[in-house]
Design a protein around this ligand. Structure first.
Ligand code: SF4
Length: 289
């Protein structure tokens, strides 16, 4: 959308906002820098980087409040569960709303008049139109220009390729539990340093986040980044175990299983497009903790 706007195919946007969880792959930060230099700056579009903190460090720091990642849990009785996903709301939506309020001239907690709002573009393509949602606040009106253009994911890839941006990486936290096996393998096989980082993090959160432990709210079971609920460096990312298939078939419709194991949760993590954590009518700083 940034390139389409910069090229004049879509109207020129006033700003682009990147919500930085502090734990994106190096390739994403490098790509963002390139987009800024080669696409945004020449078109006069500022890219605003906003942040609520570093999700990795916050999980491991007993002093920091931490909004939970969707970790896979094995309870002491052997039952499996997941922690609630709060991280997209805390690390992406919250800092974007804060910045939008500032841009509108009504920082929190000022009341925003009803006729004051931004038009916010969300990059959903036609093959995922079910993810298109309204914002949960009146001062943001969501639009989905790729759907309006009738563009599928393949159209987007073709367009990016025509601009020399075929290698656009997928944005998400390096250790996001929604990764499928393909993403875990990609990290392991292309970036040993980042693989070490996620393996270390996986071991460090086995008993839950540090602040909860420090406050005596210990996790009774064990937490894992990989769906198989075994340590990441031993997880079956090169093949699918029978136990994993069985667990998935209970969790999901069978036809989605293979794709999810390989590619990860289809909704992924994107502000205003994911299923769980955004509650209607909650404003900027009241997001759940
Ligand atoms: S990418 Fe994953 S871990 Fe990061 S904010 Fe989104 S859901 Fe949470």
């Amino acid at each position: 959308m940034l390139a389409l706007s910069a090229e004049g195919i879509l109207p020129k946007v006033d700003y682009a906002i990147f919500a930085d969880t502090g734990w994106e792959p190096k390739a994403v930060y490098a790509h963002l820098g390139r987009l800024e230099r080669e696409v945004a700056a020449p078109a006069g579009i500022p890219i605003l980087r906003v942040s609520s903190g570093n999700i990795r460090n916050d999980a491991l720091n007993p002093e920091r409040r931490f909004a939970s990642m969707p970790l896979y849990i094995r309870n002491p009785d052997g039952k499996e569960g997941m922690t609630r996903r709060q991280c997209t709301g805390e690390y992406k939506i919250k800092p974007i709303k804060k910045k939008v309020r500032e841009l509108l001239g009504y920082p929190y907690p000022q009341r925003i008049p009803k006729d004051v709002f931004v038009e916010q573009w969300v990059g959903i393509s036609t093959d995922e139109f079910h993810r298109a949602k309204d914002a949960d606040v009146k001062y943001m009106h969501n639009r989905h220009p790729l759907i309006d253009l009738g563009w599928s994911r393949a159209d987007c890839v073709r367009y990016l390729t025509s601009l020399g941006l075929a290698d656009t990486p997928k944005s998400s936290c390096l250790g996001c539990p929604f990764h499928g096996n393909a993403q875990w393998r990609h990290i392991r096989d292309t970036s040993p340093e980042e693989w070490r980082d996620v393996v270390e993090f996986d071991a460090a959160i086995r008993r839950g986040n540090a602040r909860a432990n420090a406050e005596g709210n210990r996790l009774l079971g064990e937490a894992y980044l990989h769906r198989s609920r075994v340590p990441l460096d031993q997880a079956p990312i090169d093949h699918v175990t029978a136990a994993e298939w069985a667990a998935l078939q209970q969790e999901l419709g069978a036809e989605e299983d293979a794709e999810q194991l390989e590619e990860g949760v289809p909704d992924g993590c994107s502000p205003w497009t994911c299923r769980g954590e955004v509650r209607p009518h909650q404003d900027d700083f009241g997001l759940a903790s």
